[in-house]
Ligand binder design. Sequence first.
Ligand code: AMP
Ligand code: MG
Length: 408
Amino acid sequence: MISADKAKKIILKSILPLKETELLFFPSCLGRVLATNIKSKENTPSFNNSAMDGFALSAKDTSGASQQNPSVLEVIEDVPAGYVAKKRLKAGQAIRIMTGAPLPKGADCVVMVEETKKTEDRRQNTELIKIFRKIKPRENVRLAGEDVKKKELVIKKGALLKSGHIGMLASLGFHKIKVFRKPRVAILATGDELADIRKELKPGKIRNSNSYSLYAQVLKTGAIPLLLGIARDRPNELKQKIKKGLNCDMLLVSGGISVGDYDFVKDVLKDLGMEIKFWKVAMRPGKPLAFGKIGCVPIFGLPGNPVSSMVAFEQFVRPAILKMSGATDLFRFHLPAIIKQDVQKKKGLRYFLRVVLENRNGRLFASLTGPQGSGILKSMILANGIMELPEDVSCVRKGECVQVTYID
Ligand code: AMP
Ligand code: MG
């Protein structure tokens, strides 16, 4: 039996990122892993512009301005966003400017419209504004390149593309993006007791739920799930169905991996040439867990109990799929939380308990979802977090600090 940490290390060491990429129109890259570095070809913004609706002017013209003695400037032009001022400012002049419009020549700052007062010189038919304080150079000016500089490395290869990335790609003018292809992950359920969910249940049978929770987990990790159906607990049938999964990038086999009389998965995998890298992990739930490769296809023998299968996926398969997808960020964030009840545990095993996380006045609290048996699938749907208790503790007390991950 090996530790959960060791198991994770062994798995990740043997997973290789896929090399193949595809070229996509950029909004379709959401949730995909970037296969090249994105370097900006230009400054963004590409020109100095106004951050406010107001008046562009030279800061020098307001050097003596105060509430009692405002500077009075002549408004010589209007420049809306999307247009360039035709005139150059001279001393004593201002240009009415809208947010995003290029800063006119001769201006070095912008005063907000709310800080000015309009007057008119009727005789000369000119518009005047009063400014009641000294405006600093660069005030309310967005400088060229203040968001992104030309040649800057903006998004690194291996980034999982989120909404902000999509906006940034648009802003930089990148429309065809190279992303890694999605791994294809085959899922095989095993067990004589399993019934197709569309069929009526006969005595002694249960519905195959693992295939579908794994399907959803694979999908959510950004890979393509492929259902291979159910194999009965017969070595030959298992062998045939497992072979089908070897066309994919990864194979998940659920059930039949423990020490029961009908648990043939491990032997069949060995027969097919798999070197079993480990078989049991010191954790709860999810102790029976085998991992190895046939050819270059990584294979997980996941525990049959529905919660064990999901927890083992979350801990080991998810980071493995992410690594295979080319992603650089493989793990969820660990956060400290305060446990709301005493929890007993067996020393020597790492526990992954399903918890409800709540934020109370900025502090995170965790409470168990209820019974934690490996067949209590409800514990998964009630949970928004997993609490990880280390091997060397035998209990935690109410009010102690524990490590949790938010699993959404
Ligand atoms: P096993 O590891 O095959 O002995 O299975 C352990 C437990 O998980 C048994 O109670 C099985 O009935 C249950 N189980 C195995 N596979 C599935 C599945 N695909 N869906 C739901 N329960 C399962
Ligand atoms: Mg079984």
